[in-house]
Design a protein. Sequence first.
Length: 180
Amino acid sequence: MRKLSMTELNRLTVDEFKTSEKIPIAIILDNIRSLNNIGSVFRTADAFRLSAIFLCGITAVPPHREIHKTALGATESVSWTYYPSSVDAVSNLEAEGYRVIAVEQTDDSIPLAEFHPEPDGKLAFIFGNEVHGIDDNVLEITKECIEIPQYGTKHSINVSVAVGIVIWDVFSKLKFSMNK
């Protein structure tokens, strides 16, 4: 066994990425305080060729040295928009036909394994602040909520890790349904 070289991986250039067809999934970051988490989310969005990231509230925006450390250039390929309010981002995405889903532990959330995306729909997932989660004003206008079941002593997962788990799960479900 050997690792593939960079040329063998056949990666897209930034220009090719920008013009390529995207997976119709967007990420809404609601008041994320860690610049490293923001950069990691950009890397995940690039890896799965997601349509966009929406940076809201106190979430920092590129260019920023600390975001770049973990994004490793993904801020150049992934489309992003800043909104002062996550509520506005949710409203605009719903108006554009996105099915907006909060990722939070609530009395109405369903386990991620039970979430079934429509193969032809546009999805937007909201991820909240590392300490306080998704803002209550955002949860009030969100119609659906999923959660990642956890079985340890902690009641949360790092936000960039949660993004990776949710996006991989949904991406896998969509890819599987397209290949049937």
